[in-house]
Design a protein around this ligand. Structure first.
Ligand SMILES: Cc1ncc(COP(=O)(O)O)c(C=O)c1O
Length: 468
C-alpha cells in the first residue's frame, strides 16, 4: 500500500445536513453573456460563473463565492492560478521592455524557453529535436504536425483513434472520434483519416478486455498497415493521445503503446503523440509517453507549456524536417510572456519534483474514489494517470455489455456536476455520452485539498443519486 493510500480514512460518504449550498440565479453578467455571445459557447452552459479573482486551486466569482477549480483551464494550469513564479516571469518581461510581439524572430527569452523545453525531453529525442512554434492553440500545432508528416513522407492519410480529440479546426476535427461537432459540417478531410479502435479497457472494442484485447488491437493495426488488400493506403502518420482526455480519460495500456511504436516504426509511419493535455507532469511523468518508455517521432504540446498564456509548439525528429520555409506560418508565434511563464513553470516542475507529487496525489484521489465506489455502484470505472483522472458513471440497473459492465449513466453525470458546483467544486464531464466525470486539478494541489475534493464529490454524488 502506498503512503498516500494509508493516509486516507476508510469512511463511507456522509451527507451533511447542515452544508451551505450555492444557488445559481442568473446574474447580469451571465445574462448579457448568453444574450451577446455565440451559441457555440460551451463551458458557461454547465459552469455558469462570472469569475473575478483566482489564486492557486481556487477561483472566486463576482458574488464572492469561492470554488476549487478541478478544471484548471482544461488542464492548462499546472501550477494553478497566478502562481508567484508565473507572475514574476511575466512582470520581468514587462519590466525589461522586451518586445511583446516578435513573429518567429528569436530573443533571449525564446532561446531560454527552447533550452528549458529540450532539457525536459528524453535525451534520445532532445539530441535530434527540432521545434516549430505555432499559432497559439493546440489545434494549430496539430495542423502543423499534419503538414509536417505529410510533406516528409509524401503520403497524405493519417490514422487516428476512436474517442480521440485533437482540436477544433477543420483538419484537427477530421481526426476527432466524436461525431457531434463534425456532423453539421458535412465532409471534412475524412477521406484522409482512417479510425482505429483505441485500447479502451472498460469497453474493449473487441469485447475481450485485458491482455487479449490489447493483443487483438495490435494485431488489427499491424494487419491494416501490412496487408496488401487492407483497402487502406499506408498513412503518413498515426496520431494518438497516450491518455485520451476529452474522450473520457482513457489511459492507453503501456504494452499497447510499445506495440504501436514497434509497428509504426517497422512500417515507416510517423508516430505523433498529442501531449497537449497530458504533457508537463500531469500524468506523473513529464510527458505521458514516458510511462511506456517510447520515443515518438512528433510531440504536439500546448496548454501548460505557456504557463497559463497561449502557446503551442511541435517538437519532432530531425528526419521529418523537410518542409519548406514558411510551410507553417502565423502572426502570433512569438508570445514572449507565454515563453517566459512557460520556462518558469518547467523549472518549477523539475525543482519541486511535481511529477512525483502529481503521481502521489492522483493515487490519493483514486483511493478515495475506490472507497466511494463501495457505496456507489454508479462509479463504474475509475481510471487515469497521475492527476488526469476520470470516473465513468454507469447505471447499475441497465443491461450489461459483453464484458459485464452496465451502460453509461448520461443522466446522472450533469446532476453530479451541478451538485459539485453547488458545494464549491468545479469539475468537467467528458467521454461517451458525457458520462465521465473528470478531475484535472492544478498539479500543486495538496493532500488536504485532495481529501476535500473527494469529500465534496461524495456528497454531491449522494445528492445527485437521490430520487433518480
Ligand atoms: C489532446 C488535445 N489535443 C488538442 C487539443 C486542442 O487544443 P486547443 O483547444 O488549444 O486548440 C486539446 C484541447 O483540449 C486536447 O486536449
Amino acid at each position: 500500500m502506498s503512503v498516500a493510500t494509508s493516509l486516507i480514512e476508510d469512511q463511507p460518504a456522509r451527507v451533511a445536513p447542515t452544508e451551505t449550498l450555492y444557488q445559481f440565479n442568473e446574474s447580469p453578467l451571465l445574462a448579457r453573456q448568453s444574450q451577446q455571445e455565440s451559441n457555440a459557447r460551451s463551458y458557461p452552459r454547465r459552469i455558469p460563473l462570472a469569475l473575478k479573482r483566482a489564486k492557486g486551486i481556487h477561483v472566486e466569482d463576482v458574488e464572492g463565492r469561492t470554488f476549487i477549480d478541478c478544471l484548471a483551464g482544461a488542464g492548462t494550469l499546472a501550477l494553478g492560478h497566478n502562481h508567484p513564479v508565473v507572475i514574476e516571469a511575466i512582470q520581468q518581461v514587462l519590466a525589461d521592455e522586451l518586445p511583446l510581439h516578435t513573429l518567429d524572430l528569436t530573443t533571449p527569452v525564446k532561446d531560454q524557453f527552447v533550452q528549458d523545453l529540450f532539457g525536459l525531453l528524453p535525451p534520445e529525442l532532445a539530441a535530434e529535436a527540432k521545434i516549430q512554434f505555432c499559432g497559439p492553440t493546440g489545434t494549430d500545432a496539430v495542423e502543423a504536425a499534419l503538414k509536417l508528416v505529410r510533406t516528409a513522407t509524401g503520403r497524405s492519410t493519417v490514422l487516428s483513434f476512436q474517442g480521440g480529440y485533437h482540436g477544433m479546426s477543420q483538419g484537427a476535427l477530421s481526426l476527432m472520434g466524436s461525431l457531434g461537432p463534425k456532423k453539421p459540417l458535412g465532409a471534412l478531410l475524412s477521406n484522409g483519416v482512417q479510425f482505429m479502435p483505441y485500447p479502451y479497457e472498460y469497453r474493449c472494442p473487441f469485447g475481450l478486455g485485458g491482455a487479449q484485447g490489447i493483443k487483438a488491437n495490435l494485431n488489427y493495426l499491424e494487419t491494416l498497415l501490412n496487408d496488401p488488400e487492407a483497402g487502406v493506403q499506408l498513412p503518413a502518420a498515426v496520431i494518438v493521445e497516450v491518455v485520451q482526455g476529452e474522450g473520457g480519460v482513457i489511459p492507453a495500456d503501456l504494452d499497447w503503446l510499445r506495440g504501436l511504436r514497434r509497428i509504426t516504426e517497422k512500417a515507416g509511419v510517423a508516430l505523433i503523440v498529442d501531449e497537449i493535455q497530458s504533457g508537463f507532469a500531469r500524468t506523473g511523468k513529464m510527458f505521458a509517453f514516458e510511462h511506456a518508455g517510447i520515443i515518438p517521432d512528433v510531440v504536439v504540446m500546448s496548454k501548460a507549456i505557456g504557463g497559463s498564456l497561449p502557446l503551442a509548439v511541435v517538437v519532432y525528429r530531425d528526419w521529418l524536417d523537410t518542409w519548406l520555409p514558411g510551410a507553417h506560418a502565423g502572426t502570433f508565434r512569438g508570445n514572449q510572456m507565454a515563453m517566459a511563464a512557460g520556462s518558469a513553470v518547467m523549472r518549477y516542475l523539475v525543482e519541486h519534483k511535481v511529477c512525483e507529487h502529481a503521481a502521489a496525489m492522483g493515487e490519493r484521489l483514486s483511493e478515495h474514489l475506490r472507497i466511494l465506489q463501495r457505496d456507489f455502484p454508479q462509479l463504474g470505472d475509475i481510471r487515469g494517470r497521475g492527476l488526469m483522472l476520470g470516473v465513468e458513471l454507469v447505471d447499475p440497473a441497465g443491461a450489461l455489455d459483453a464484458l459485464g459492465h452496465p451502460p453509461a449513466f448520461a443522466r446522472l453525470a450533469p446532476l453530479v456536476q451541478r451538485e459539485c458546483l453547488k458545494r464549491g467544486l468545479i469539475l468537467e464531464l467528458g467521454g461517451r455520452h458525457g458520462a465521465v466525470v473528470r478531475f484535472l486539478p492544478p498539479l500543486v494541489i495538496t493532500a488536504a485539498e485532495i481529501d476535500r475534493v473527494a469529500e465534496i464529490f461524495g456528497r454531491a454524488l449522494a445528492a445527485a443519486s437521490t430520487g433518480l
